[in-house]
Design a protein around this ligand. Structure first.
Ligand SMILES: [Zn+2]
Length: 575
């Protein structure tokens, strides 16, 4: 036992060769044979079989090689030719996720639809004091404009607030505005907008920091509600083939929720946490003015403690997240040139403050994730990473730009030069009505043509880690792979794809969802490829998406998800 342990540490790359150096052969709990195993490992890209012992893969190879390891008590699973890929890793999402008591407005296509869903939910939940929802897009509303009257018409008596699908804006009904005391006289907070009609009255819509005016009146979620959400959403994620996720704005209050799940042995995903960049006030919101005092090393003590506490493999800490701008849809993403229709967005930071703050975290060994969508914000993020590396003489921090939707083309080589990861979201390129009529229209063709183009990062040799930004978008990787590969909606529109030069191959998309995700969380030594010695995290798919027509990706199901050697999801169809 001790021998095998030290051996696998030393020769993690190839356990087979390692195992044969021992007198005893390793014990396999289960072997999976007769598959098509896409390993994401360049040393052996394809194999037929793999063996698992405990939470590790102990062999990857031909059927004969792997069968040779089996003992009489080894379970043999016949994959019947199916495709096996490393467990999907989502490099940017938000757990514990939406409350199970929120109305989901994803997919509403018009006002009638929207109102119907709201009123059905209100009727089904008569005792909720507030009705909270999320997921709508501007294209569902007349003139792409939302207004409190649309909610008043169906729910006049209870406060309602519903978030746009990316969460950077939302709108409420009259009752909600009354409770929050918002009127035409309410001043706009820094970094936020209270939208007003021609008469100067608030329309009910709030952007960015102005949403705080409403949020502060919504009763906080109970810990129990958070825990139940975590359990439910982990089940859904496992069913989608996810085995590891990076949480991109962990609030300090949710750590006990994750710890409770860990203590109950209920974790079905590996989590990596990135709480907000601490500011001098101790809060995590972006500064709305020049910082009066810089952070000091002493201020980072709570995060050093988290780093000591959570070291993996199930829960790990090591990154912090900052937010540099808003979104294109809300015209709050910070741009060098104006949007079509005006405005250049809202940069949340001053470059000088950002440089110093990032440099402090960099010096202390933390990876920094910066939400930056507009070309100006992305440029600022790269400037700050460059400053930190130069000032501290550091390298290999793998800092990340989150979303990176509309980069300057001239900034692409800087990602690679600085070793910065592009943390992108495949589903952001789904050319639905909101993307075509709002997002692309606001950018204009010159910028839209390379927005959410995953190819430009690949061509520039940048490590690109895919995520979903779930709760904003669904976290299922298969539809996201379809989107990255076709740049069409699931209905196949527009024909030929939206700016098809941005399409990537299925294999590239798989890499971004597996080994690149592991690299982005400093886990490439332990997972991300199917290699002997690494964690046994993998997925069995119903179809071979590497060899089928792309439309078949949407008909492909996850049949089995294994994390750390244990089944976290098993379809009834998997026999
Ligand atoms: Zn996010």
């Amino acid at each position: 036992m001790l021998n095998r342990f030290s051996c696998s540490l030393v020769v993690a790359v190839s356990f087979l060769s390692c195992a044969y150096a021992q007198t005893e052969k390793p014990h396999a709990d289960r072997i999976f044979v007769n598959g098509k195993i896409w390993t994401a490992d360049d040393v052996r890209p394809l194999a037929r079989a793999l063996a698992v012992n405990g939470d590790k893969i102990i062999a990857v190879g031909s059927n004969e090689e792997v069968r040779a390891i089996a003992s009489p008590d080894t379970a043999v699973i016949d994959l019947r030719g199916r495709l096996v890929v490393p467990g999907f890793q989502d490099s940017h999402l938000h757990f514990p996720g939406r409350s199970v008591n929120e109305v989901d407005l994803h997919g509403v296509e018009n006002l009638k639809n929207f109102q119907q869903r709201l009123s059905d939910f209100a009727k089904a939940h008569p005792s909720l004091p507030w009705i909270i929802g999320h997921g709508w897009g501007y294209s569902a509303f007349p003139d792409q404009t939302v207004n409190k009257k649309y909610i008043d018409a169906v729910i006049p008596d209870r406060p309602v607030y519903v978030l746009e699908r990316d969460g950077h804006m939302g709108f409420g009904n009259t009752k909600a505005l009354q409770i929050a005391g918002v009127s035409s006289a309410t001043p706009e907070p820094p970094n936020g907008q209270i939208m007003k009609g021609k008469n100067g009255e608030p329309t009910g819509e709030f952007k960015e920091a102005a949403q705080g005016l409403i949020f502060s009146h919504i009763p906080p979620r109970s810990t129990e509600d958070q825990y139940q959400s975590l359990l439910q959403h982990m089940d859904e994620a496992a069913a989608a083939g996810l085995t590891a996720v990076q949480d991109a704005y962990t609030s300090m209050e949710s750590f006990p929720v994750f710890e409770r799940a860990a203590a109950a042995d209920a974790l079905k995903l590996r989590f990596r946490f990135a709480p907000p960049i601490l500011l001098v006030e101790g809060g995590g919101d972006p500064p709305n003015h020049k910082l009066e005092k810089s952070l000091t090393e002493a201020d980072l003590a709570p995060y050093r403690k988290l780093r000591d506490t959570f070291q993996g493999p199930l829960m790990k800490f090591g990154a912090v997240k900052g937010v540099l701008d808003g979104t294109v849809d809300a015209r709050t993403a910070a741009m060098f040139e104006p949007y079509v229709g005006g405005g250049t967005g809202i940069p949340f930071w001053e470059q000088d403050d950002l440089n110093k703050t990032v440099a402090l975290y960099d010096k202390e060994g933390f990876q920094v994730l910066l939400h930056a969508i507009g070309d100006k914000a992305i440029n600022m993020a790269l400037n700050a990473f460059e400053y930190a590396a130069k000032t501290n003489g550091t390298s290999g921090r793998r800092h990340r730009v989150e979303h990176a939707e509309v980069p300057l083309l001239s900034d692409l080589p800087r990602f690679r030069q600085l070793g910065v990861i592009a943390s992108t979201q495949a589903m952001f390129a789904n050319p639905d009505a909101t993307v075509l009529e709002n997002f692309a229209a606001l950018l204009g063709p010159a910028r839209a043509s390379h927005a959410d183009s995953f190819k430009i990062f690949d061509d520039a040799g940048v490590v690109q880690a895919f995520g979903s930004d779930w709760g904003v978008f669904p976290f299922e990787p298969l539809p996201a792979i379809y989107c990255a590969v076709t740049r069409t909606t699931p209905q196949g529109t527009p024909a030929g794809g939206w700016y098809p030069a941005g399409r990537i191959s299925v294999e590239a998309a798989l890499r971004h969802f597996t080994r690149d995700g592991a690299y982005a969380s400093f886990d490439e030594e332990v997972r991300g490829t199917l290699t002997a010695g690494k964690l046994a995290d993998f997925v069995v798919l119903s179809k071979d998406i590497l060899a089928s027509p792309t439309a078949e990706i949407l008909n492909t199901k996850v049949l089995l998800t294994v994390m750390g050697g244990k089944d976290t999801y098993r379809s009834e169809e998997f026999r």
